[in-house]
Design a protein around this ligand. Structure first.
Ligand code: ACO
Length: 329
């Protein structure tokens, strides 16, 4: 049965650092090649923040763009949810920093840690909290400065990631447009396949732990790949079922932009033609929690989707976590 939406997207925005790191630039850092990176990942370049420029700087820019798009102001926002694993500092939540930067005096603000699934986890939270608490304007942000935790000597991982932020302003749904379904899931048994084991309470900061590079990203790429395809297919099926929507009805699928081969494998499972799948991983790399909201903003502003479009979103990330949503724009 089709559910009546309770929350809808009023505006979208994005912000990425100006500096671009190409595959050719990476050839100078590690033993890799443009051909290898392109063939295995589809990535050509990624945006990388200048050292020391924090997530909140770009998150505030993306938030301002989404607010302008929605015709709203910071003062109107009553909740800020930021999906990230690369906040400005361990605490306070970077959402609180963004609150201050955009003058959202009336808001409550917190971060969500679900890695690449952070934005869709946040969307389900926003939907539930709007339904239960009667919020009027929620700012949902997904953002990462992954360059701050990449080991630039590890060719297995350093070619994959990029920095950036995407944001949406959400309000109560007025009619049939809005979020039709959200689905989230995790399995912590697989946590060691993709993690940053250092500098938390397990391996507190020490010279020794930093020398071992425990504070950087560690990944078993093949395991991630295998689970990503299966879990993304599962999540999308769940979200489509809940929304009462057949996959052929989607105007666009926005998958998490980790890797072109993962995206193509998911598309193949659903027999979706490539023109129905949004891809920008070639220009941004994997921006984790930012990838779906950046893609959503690009797709809207490029005219690929508009008011009334039926859009699927699906993701997979560390935890493992995975999630999907279906929205009528
Ligand atoms: N340049 C050149 N060679 C490389 C590089 C590189 N950057 N990285 C690894 N290699 C080498 C390996 O050392 C290995 O060499 P060997 O055969 O001599 O041992 C060879 O390439 C093959 O390595 P594999 O790891 O088997 O390569 P694979 O085909 O699995 O591709 C990749 C690796 C791209 C990481 C793939 O496993 C993948 O896409 N996994 C998903 C990872 C991902 O997307 N993670 C993002 C975070 S999770 C998420 O967002 C979904």
């Amino acid at each position: 049965m089709k559910k009546r939406p309770c929350i809808e997207i009023l505006g979208t925005g994005r912000a990425v650092p100006e500096r671009i790191l190409t595959n050719q630039d990476l050839e100078k850092l590690v033993d890799t090649s443009d051909e290898w990176i392109l063939a295995r990942t589809g990535i050509q370049q990624r945006h990388i923040a200048e050292p020391g420029v924090p997530l909140s700087f770009f998150a505030a820019q993306a938030a301002q763009a989404a607010l302008a798009d929605a015709g709203a102001s910071g003062e109107e926002i009553d909740l800020i949810i930021l999906g990230t694993v690369t906040g400005d500092s361990k605490f306070p939540a970077t959402a609180c920093v963004v609150q201050d930067l955009i003058g959202a005096k009336s808001a409550a603000a917190f971060d969500v840690s679900a890695a690449c699934s952070g934005f869709l986890y946040g969307l389900q939270l926003a939907e539930s909290m709007m339904a239960m608490q009667g919020y009027r304007r929620i700012l949902l942000i997904g953002g990462e400065i992954l360059s701050s935790m990449v080991n630039w000597k590890d060719r297995d991982t350093c070619v994959l990631f990029g920095d950036g932020v995407g944001a949406v302003v959400l309000g109560p749904a007025q009619g049939s447009h809005g979020v039709l379904s959200t689905y989230i899931k995790s399995d912590g048994a697989f946590r060691d396949f993709l993690h940053s084991p250092g500098c938390g309470s397990l391996n507190p900061p020490s010279h020794e732990n930093v020398d071992k590079m425990l504070h950087t990203i560690h990944m078993e790429g093949r395991e991630v790949f295998r689970h990503a395809v299966t879990s993304m297919a599962d999540a999308l099926n769940q979200a489509l079922d809940q929304a009462g929507v057949a996959v052929e009805e989607l105007d666009l699928l926005i998958p998490h932009q980790a890797n072109l081969r993962i995206i193509e494998a998911v598309g193949k499972r659903f027999r979706l033609s490539p023109d129905k799948i949004f891809v920008n991983v070639d220009r941004f790399g994997n921006t984790s929690a930012a990838s779906i909201p950046i893609a959503l903003d690009e797709a809207r502003k490029a005219g690929r989707i508009a008011s009334g479009s039926l859009v699927g979103m699906v993701t997979f990330g560390a935890g493992f976590t995975w999630a999907a949503a279906v929205i009528r724009l």
